[in-house]
Ligand binder design. Structure first.
Ligand SMILES: [Mg+2]
Ligand SMILES: [Zn+2]
Length: 191
């Protein structure tokens, strides 16, 4: 770790990235990580990278599930990681409806701003990994590298959007392990 303590950071999207996006996961019983997620996150942990989750959860505003349900889902997420020796350092949630005009719903940068207020983050060594164009757009807005994983339900459409809007995408990964391979090599290069 560098002397100034500011850390390389990976901001992982949740649905479609760490776990299959089954459209509004409402209970912890529905939550299961992708098979390669534990190892992918553990490799980031072992490399000293700060691991954060940034997730839009408008299902809260829509009344599809409660904060207690979401807390239960995230306990389940943490337990599944812990069983494999991996962990998430923190989870940032946008609970708002798209019509609320909040600053935290991706692609708005609010969740990354919240994270930067709480942790010493080295933006030059930071990455957003997600399955949607909004994740790549978030990365562009916050001047970090954006990686698309094509494990979401709409990956072809997301790639079209990224190209149509000329969003800078650092790497298109076929799975989480592929994304983490790229990140660990890049962190080395950036030094
Ligand atoms: Mg997603
Ligand atoms: Zn929000």
């Amino acid at each position: 770790m560098s002397v100034d303590q500011s850390r390389a950071t990976v901001f992982f999207d949740r649905d479609g990235t760490l776990n299959p996006d089954t459209s509004y996961i409402k209970t912890s019983g529905e939550f299961v990580l992708f098979p390669d997620a534990v190892t992918a996150v553990k490799r980031c942990n072992d490399a000293g990278i700060l691991v954060l989750v940034v997730t839009n959860q408008s299902g809260l505003a829509r009344g599809y599930f409660s904060q207690a349900d979401l807390d239960g889902i995230h306990r389940c997420l943490r337990e599944q990681l812990r069983d494999g020796g991996a962990w998430i350092d923190d989870i940032f949630i946008c609970p708002h409806h798209p019509d609320d005009g909040c600053q935290c719903r991706k692609p708005n940068p609010g969740m990354i701003e919240q994270a930067m207020a709480r942790y010493p983050i080295d933006l030059a060594k930071s990455y957003v990994v997600g399955d949607k164009s909004i994740d790549v757009e978030l990365a562009a807005k916050t001047h970090v590298k954006g990686l698309l994983v094509t494990t979401g339900p709409t990956s072809a459409e997301e790639l079209r959007m990224i190209r149509a809007h000329h969003l800078p995408v650092a790497y298109v990964a076929e799975c989480l392990q592929d994304a983490v391979d790229w990140i660990l090599a890049d962190v080395e290069c950036v030094g």
